[in-house]
Ligand binder design. Structure first.
Ligand SMILES: C[S@@+](CC[C@H](N)C(=O)[O-])C[C@H]1O[C@@H](n2cnc3c(N)ncnc32)[C@H](O)[C@@H]1O
Length: 285
């Protein structure tokens, strides 16, 4: 399952837990500060990638984002983690980049990446639902995804933030995990099998991380802070974006295995399942 642990310590959130946005996000902030340990191990690789003008983005993302040279004064990246994808936007031609994340430890890494590369970046420690208003209307490109949306408790508030950050004529690009991904897993023989996941089941609370992604940390799984996640359906995501007054230009489903969580599935089989999706949108009003 996407960004999810082996299901040894996972349970459904109660309705009251799922409705408590502050508690949900506070828990996730602690859990992501712990998980930043894994990103620290990737810093040298990130420095070398950015220094050599590279991009960590997938071809599908670069196609959506395009060449930013001369047409993007500011790119804002929400839930930027250690800043590698944010600075990839700089290498694609954004004049300056702004990364927003609520994990101080992630942003410490992003700052070290900036120091090592001289990138014109600003790092803002904030919940994505409370991005400071001085950024309103300034994003020529607003980018988010790659494991971002599942951590959020309130998509209507999130979509309202997306809308207010966009500059007139600015573009929103989302590339994230497809909620249907949670329904499928490798069968151990290169094909697919169904998981027990309930597509309409709601938020889950878990400890521990998938071995293909964060894996084990120095803190044992059972002592880690619990985290909340929800595979928001594509309908919920699109409806939130429309409700905020965003004009959707395209919504596309992709077989791209964006976190390599299904690398045990044969390539010919992988193409049968939507593992990621993208949205391109502008402001409607
Ligand atoms: C899977 S990571 C994103 C990874 C990023 N796309 C990358 O590859 O570098 C999720 C990030 O979202 C951040 N995050 C989760 N919930 C957040 C929230 N409510 N506000 C701000 N940041 C949040 C976490 O701290 C973490 O850095």
């Amino acid at each position: 399952m996407q960004n999810e642990p082996e299901p040894t310590d996972v349970r459904a959130a109660s309705d009251a837990e799922a409705a408590d946005t502050d508690a949900w996000h506070a828990a996730n902030r602690l859990a992501w500060d712990e998980a930043a340990e894994r990103y620290e191990g990737w810093l040298e690789e990130a420095i070398s990638l950015i220094r050599t003008g590279g991009s960590n983005l997938f071809p599908v993302e670069m196609d959506l984002i395009g060449d930013l040279r001369g047409r993007c004064r500011r790119a804002i990246h929400l839930q930027c983690a250690g800043g590698r994808d944010t600075l990839s936007l700089w290498n694609l031609g954004a004049d300056e980049v702004v990364g927003v994340d609520f994990s101080r430890r992630m942003l410490d890494l992003a700052r070290r990446l900036t120091d090592a590369t001289g990138a014109p970046a600003t790092w803002i420690e904030a919940d994505v639902l409370d991005v400071p208003h001085d950024l309103d209307g300034t994003a020529d490109l607003l980018y988010t995804g790659r494991g971002a949306i599942i951590w959020l408790a309130d998509l209507d508030r999130w979509a309202a933030v997306l809308r207010r950050l966009l500059a007139p004529g600015g573009r929103l690009v989302i590339f994230d995990g497809h909620p249907a991904e949670w329904l499928f897993d490798g069968d151990g023989d290169g094909g697919w099998t169904l998981t027990g996941y309930d597509y309409f089941g709601g938020a889950e609370i878990s400890r521990g991380w998938a071995p293909e992604y964060i894996d084990r940390l120095s803190i044992p799984d059972e002592e880690q802070h619990p985290k909340y996640a929800k595979a928001w359906t594509l309908g919920e995501i699109v409806t939130a974006l429309l409700g905020a007054g965003l004009r959707l230009q395209q919504v596309t489903e992709h077989p791209v295995d964006w976190w390599a969580g299904h690398r045990d599935v044969r390539a010919d089989q992988r193409g049968r399942v939507p593992l990621s999706f993208s949205v391109v949108a502008t402001r409607d009003r």
